[in-house]
Ligand binder design. Structure first.
Ligand code: BTN
Length: 253
């Protein structure tokens, strides 16, 4: 089924392996093509993880963006703006305690409620095609054992079911608005909003897991391209481009 929600054209499916994978296969699709599925049988997360995508419980969507060729340093901001849009939509749905964990996980009560997987697609030409995948846990009442301590859903925290299509349309409108800011070069607006929605942005003692090392430090904001700044022991400021952030609790004396 095709649904028009300007600027987006939504291709809706009952079931897909992964909405990101399906959109990547839609060769020649125009910008703002959007693929949504009621369930994913092979939903993918960052760092080669799977994304739990049970039928009707979540929003599983992917959007095609054509950000242009001269903007590569600003590309990470697109994932950040997607997280901002998710956080704002959750707040609009009455969810309290929404947080963003760098770079783009939406959390509630320190549990993950949404994630973003942005993937570049090469079509042989110079133009960059970016598939922006967003998963939001909406109506899940429970999660598989491996996620039961770390994941939550809107229904679990508010006690109310969410109409997935309503949430989808609100989220898409916000993504369109923030992406327009991005296109106009208004990075500072995105970074400022991200910083106000995230308790991780500043003064948090965290451990960052990189591919082959772990770094402990205190967060001190983001760079203008969305990298995380960390003050490590000795006072040096390190810039983290990619990694898994975990908050370290202060020990009671
Ligand atoms: C993460 O690991 O936090 C990112 C999760 C991204 C999941 C979404 S669901 C829609 C889209 N299709 C996928 O296969 N993954 C993304």
């Amino acid at each position: 089924m095709i649904i028009h929600r300007p600027p987006f054209t939504i291709h809706h499916f009952t079931s897909l392996g992964s909405t990101n994978d399906h959109l990547k296969e839609m060769v020649g699709a125009p910008e703002f093509t959007c693929v949504v599925a009621d369930e994913q049988t092979a939903g993918r997360g960052r760092r080669a993880r799977t994304w739990h995508s049970s039928p009707g419980d979540g929003l599983y969507l992917s959007i095609l963006l054509l950000p242009g060729t001269d903007s590569s340093s600003k590309l990470p901001l697109i994932s950040l703006l997607a997280a901002v849009a998710v956080a704002e939509t959750l707040i609009e749905h009455g969810v309290e305690g929404v947080d963003i964990k760098w770079p783009n996980d939406a959390l509630v009560n320190d549990r993950k409620v949404s994630g973003v997987l942005a993937e570049a697609v090469s079509d042989g030409s110079d133009s960059l095609r970016l598939v922006l995948g967003v998963g939001v846990n909406l109506n899940h009442q429970s999660f598989p054992p491996e996620l039961s301590e770390t994941a939550t859903s809107v229904a679990i925290v508010t006690g109310e079911r969410v109409v997935v299509e309503e949430f989808r349309d609100q989220l898409l409108a916000k993504i369109a608005r923030w992406y327009e800011h991005w296109r106009r070069g208004e990075s500072a607006l995105i970074l400022d909003r991200w910083g106000r929605l995230s308790t991780y942005a500043r003064d948090q003692r965290v451990i960052v897991t990189l591919d082959d090392e772990k770094i402990i430090g205190v967060t001190c904001g983001l760079t203008e391209t969305g990298a995380l700044r960390l003050i490590v022991d000795g006072g040096e400021v390190k810039t983290i481009l990619a990694g898994e952030v975990t908050r370290l609790r202060k020990c009671a004396k």
